[in-house]
Design a protein around this ligand. Structure first.
Ligand code: PXP
Length: 249
């Protein structure tokens, strides 16, 4: 199968805010990072307003909505508070993620199948407000079917396990996870869902995911913000873009 189209890069700027918040200062400013990311070729900006506001703040979302020229992908937990914020801003996309206060990062995908009714009611007003609704899930057929049934337009496949297996040198497990991601990207596409992917991607792991023909968007943050320390934010993003384009060619 030929790729369905140009692969979009969403740059997640959460960890610019993490560095800022480590000192309670006003810098580095995630909105400034987002503008630089756009100039460097990001097709969109992703930001996760967590319940505990550990990185992105409400004011950051105000700033992003006021100044971005590319679409904002607003990551949020399925809570009433976040729904109200999303409905106020009406970002281009909302990505519903699981959230636990004690976790260091979003560790798994959303359990859609277990909460189908609640989630169907939860996302309906967001869709009605014009947001594209994406659900962050593991590469699991049951979850994909449930995401489709509740009326999501997009799923984002969690690439964290694949990246962890690579980093730990468990290459058999990595390849098995990659095969699962590939199969489930094709399955989700066959249901009419738009397929995105992300979490933990680096220069070493991005190529096989970018090569999946059904995947239309990658959301990448932590690695790029780290790499920016060494080569600058824009060169770090341009190199990711180059690898994605090469994988797609
Ligand atoms: N996609 C989703 C749904 C996420 O929750 C995150 C992390 O906030 C990412 C992508 C980006 O992951 P990373 O920062 O590891 O690149």
């Amino acid at each position: 199968m030929k790729p369905l189209g140009r692969l979009r890069l969403g740059v997640n700027i959460d960890h610019v805010a993490t560095v800022r918040n480590a000192r309670g200062s006003a810098y580095p400013d995630p909105v400034r990072a987002a503008k630089l990311a756009e100039e460097a070729g990001a097709d969109g900006i992703t930001a996760h307003l967590r319940e505990d506001r550990r990185h992105i703040s409400d004011a950051d979302i105000d700033g992003l909505m006021a100044s971005l020229t590319t679409p904002l992908n607003f990551e949020m937990a399925a809570t009433e508070e976040m729904q109200a914020i999303a409905l106020r801003h009406r970002p281009h996309a909302v990505c519903i993620v699981p959230e636990r206060r004690e976790e260091r990062t979003t560790e798994g995908g959303l359990e859609v199948a277990r909460e189908e009714n609640r989630l169907a009611h939860f996302i309906a007003p967001l869709r009605d407000a014009g947001c594209r609704v994406s659900i962050f899930i593991a590469a699991d057929q049951k979850q994909i079917e449930a995401a489709h049934r509740i009326g999501a337009q997009v799923i984002e496949l969690h690439t964290g396990a694949y990246c962890d297996f690579h980093a730990e040198g468990h290459f058999d497990k990595r390849d098995a996870e990659l095969a699962r991601l590939r199969d489930m990207a094709a399955f989700a596409h066959s249901l009419g869902l738009e397929v995105h992917a992300g979490h933990g991607l680096t220069y070493d792991t991005v190529v096989p995911v970018a090569a999946m023909p059904e995947v239309m968007e990658l959301n990448i943050g932590h690695f790029l913000i780290g790499e920016a320390i060494f080569r600058g934010l824009q060169p770090a993003i341009r190199e990711m873009r180059r690898l994605m384009d090469e994988a797609r060619a």
